[in-house]
Design a protein around this ligand. Structure first.
Ligand code: ADP
Length: 393
């Protein structure tokens, strides 16, 4: 079975095409600037790349064009050979796990548009269009919350009136499920054990920690929404909601405007003025106080959850760093792991500097193994889509 895994933005569509018999990546590509008269399409397969300027008025035109390119290059016999298009969907009210996309699923996602404002609206719009325009291709939504359905009540409930949880789903759902699931599976494979206590640190444009015991998520730093937990590149992270009235009174802005600032102008950007950690690290090297503060706050927040999860699992065998920051930032890993030898966590500074791809970076004395590991969210979505369709037959 061939599965196309799609990553949607409001004006972009990127994909990876897998042959799921051998879990082989056949091609990747996408279209950017959808809606403009000069949309840019590219496809890469068998080591060659083709770039095209086309006119894709919407996501359905873009997807059709990609399917045509894949067929012309021999990656697909025809569009009907495609088993499904799988989506890494974020959030839906009362719906999680892996689902065939239908009106009910789309309505449930729409109900949480304001909870996941950067993610849900473009997905709902594009999925609805694709369902209408390409009815012959099954669409599958693999929700980011799915991996976290095993989080026990102790870490799931906020201390709010019970009916908020029951009626509106106000609880810690957790996100980055595809990435943390991949890390759980891959770490178990690499170490040859299924009973591991793993703390997975997905640090990137958005960031989260997940406590994983025997392959199951038992806690995640992301809560009701993808704006919570650690500071993100431009999203706030954990925040005291009773600051809201003070900010509204002080600025004269309304709730929507403040929420927009919390979702788009806060996080590392709000603290430092920079969106990208590379820029923050460069500014910090020149002693920019705001950049230094942003790094300290981020590292402090990772250590806060690291401590919580070491306690929750009474220790850990493995600490994994993944995501653009987790895999690449030597300074961040060093900051997170500093002075933790009492907890059995000791970095090897030379290995930390040399780490590339899947690498161990702990010292010989460290009781906890420390790894850098590229994540692969797309293969997780492809596996989940395959399994859902296999079950449906
Ligand atoms: P997303 O969460 O959007 O998928 P990524 O996981 O690709 O993003 O992570 C993006 C982040 O990784 C950016 O903040 C970027 O600065 C950071 N990053 C990428 N490469 C490096 C590097 N060499 N050093 C430090 N940070 C890096």
């Amino acid at each position: 079975m061939k599965i196309l895994v799609a990553n949607l933005g409001s004006t972009s569509f990127k994909y990876r095409l897998y042959d799921m018999e051998e879990e082989r990546l056949i091609a990747k590509g996408g279209v950017e600037r959808i809606g403009s008269s000069e949309s840019k399409a590219f496809v890469e397969s068998s080591g060659t790349r083709q770039d095209l300027t086309i006119q894709a008025k919407d996501h359905a035109v873009a997807v059709r064009l990609c399917l045509q390119q894949l067929t012309e290059r021999g990656c697909l016999v025809n569009a009907a050979e495609l088993g499904a298009i799988g989506f890494k969907a974020v959030h839906a009210k009362g719906v999680s796990g892996v689902q065939r996309v239908d009106d009910g699923v789309l309505a449930a996602m729409e109900a949480y548009n304001s909870v996941a404002p950067a993610h849900n609206p473009p997905y709902v719009a594009a999925m609805r269009l694709l369902a209408r325009e390409l009815p012959e291709i099954p669409l599958v939504a693999a929700f980011e919350t799915g991996f976290h359905q095993t989080i026990p009540a102790v870490d799931r409930y906020y201390a709010v009136p019970r009916e908020w949880a029951n009626n509106y789903g106000v609880m810690r759902h957790g996100f980055h499920g595809a990435s943390h699931r991949y890390i759980a599976t891959r770490t178990a494979e690499l170490l040859g054990r299924n009973d591991l206590r793993i703390i997975s640190c997905h640090l990137g444009g958005s960031s989260s920690l997940c406590a994983i015991h025997s392959g199951k998520s038992i806690a995640c730093s992301l809560g009701m929404s993808p704006q919570s937990g650690l500071p993100h590149n431009n999203r706030v992270g954990d925040f005291d909601v009773f600051a809201l009235p003070a900010v509204m009174e002080g600025t004269g802005k309304n709730l929507d405007q403040i929420l927009d600032e919390l979702a788009n102008k806060s996080g590392l950007l709000g603290l430092s003025g920079f969106n990208d950690l590379r820029d923050i690290e460069q500014a910090a090297a020149k002693n920019d106080v705001n950049a230094l503060l942003a790094l300290d706050v981020f590292i402090g927040s990772v250590r806060h959850y690291l401590g919580a999860y070491l306690v929750a699992m009474a220790g850990a065998e493995v600490l994994v760093f993944t995501g653009g920051i987790g895999e690449n930032s030597v300074r961040m890993r060093e900051g997170v792991c500093a002075n933790l030898s009492w907890f059995g966590i000791e970095l090897d500074p030379m290995k930390n500097v040399a780490a590339k791809g899947e690498s161990t970076i702990h010292s010989a004395a460290s009781r906890v193994q420390i790894w850098t590991m590229p994540t692969n969210e797309e293969i997780v979505v492809a596996r989940q889509s395959r399994d859902l369709l296999a079950g449906a037959k």
